[in-house]
Design a protein around this ligand. Structure first.
Ligand SMILES: NC(=O)c1ccc[n+]([C@@H]2O[C@H](COP(=O)([O-])OP(=O)(O)OC[C@H]3O[C@@H](n4cnc5c(N)ncnc54)[C@H](OP(=O)(O)O)[C@@H]3O)[C@@H](O)[C@H]2O)c1
Length: 238
């Protein structure tokens, strides 16, 4: 299925996996619309991606803002969501408020966005959400992400049935070198990446481009729905 001139919306398309995904869709000659909260990230992304991209400032946790966004952009073909904040911390220590905040972002943000997108989405199009390998293989301190990612994958299976013939899938990445870890001191971050790389069968952490290809594949392959594409360098095996 060609993506040429198809309208693709990437929520979270200003950074990391989303930015690379926007680029990968542009390489397929799609028309790409990216959205996130920060106006400076939006203008940096527009510069990186080139003038062929529309940008919108939204917070996907707000039903009103998301509805307004889809109303502005009108009909489109494929929806990709990579936006979402998680929360790490031991189950008995992480404040419940932090857990709820993470659900508000990564679970409810994706839920609300799909809900508000529906009136504008081409019935021959697709929706691709994002979970993460911690859904099936959580290390210590990842119980919140295990719950959120599993909830997102469960939602996708239900949506694939409810929203048919629209196809609904989810990409589950392992550890990816993105600005999500920009808050860590560089030395600590590099140590974390190399520690993880040593354990992984592929012997490295992912780059965002590795993951971006999965979203393109799911948009193009008309026989995929309800699928979880696990792209984790073998993290689920170790
Ligand atoms: N990196 C990893 O190791 C890894 C592993 C497994 C799963 N994942 C998942 O992959 C997804 C993307 O991660 P990433 O590493 O690419 O993160 P990232 O580089 O931090 O990018 C996140 C993007 O989402 C946007 N965003 C965040 N909250 C938003 C909100 N409330 N409304 C609208 N946009 C919002 C951010 O822009 P603004 O700040 O401008 O809003 C940014 O564009 C996340 O769901 C993450 O949990 C990542």
């Amino acid at each position: 299925m060609s993506l040429k001139e198809k309208r693709v919306v990437v929520i979270g398309g200003t950074s990391g996996i989303g930015l690379s995904t926007a680029k990968a869709f542009l390489d397929e000659s799609a028309q790409v619309i990216i959205a996130s909260r920060s106006s400076s990230k939006l203008s940096d992304a527009k510069q990186t991606l080139g003038g062929n991209v529309e940008t919108y400032e939204i917070d996907f946790r707000s039903e009103e803002k998301v509805a307004d966004f889809f109303n502005k952009i009108g009909k489109f073909d494929h929806l990709v969501i990579t936006a979402g904040d998680g929360a790490m911390g031991h189950f008995s220590e992480l404040p419940v408020a932090d857990v709820k905040e993470a659900f508000d972002s990564k679970f409810w943000g994706q839920y609300i966005t799909v809900r508000k997108a529906l009136p504008y989405l081409n019935q021959e199009g697709s929706i691709t959400l994002t979970s993460g390998v911690y859904g099936i293989r959580p290390p210590k301190g990842a119980s919140t992400l295990a719950a959120i990612n599993s909830a997102v994958e469960g939602l996708v299976r239900g949506l694939a049935v409810d929203l048919s013939p629209v196809r609904v899938n989810v990409v589950s990445p392992g550890i990816v070198d993105t600005p999500m870890y920009a808050g860590m001191p560089e030395e600590q971050r590099e140590e974390m990446y190399s520690g993880i790389a040593q354990q992984l069968p592929v012997a490295r952490v992912a780059q965002p481009e590795d993951i971006a290809q999965s979203y393109v594949y799911l948009a193009k392959n008309g026989f995929t729905t309800g699928s979880v594409v696990l792209i984790d360098g073998g993290a689920h095996l170790v």
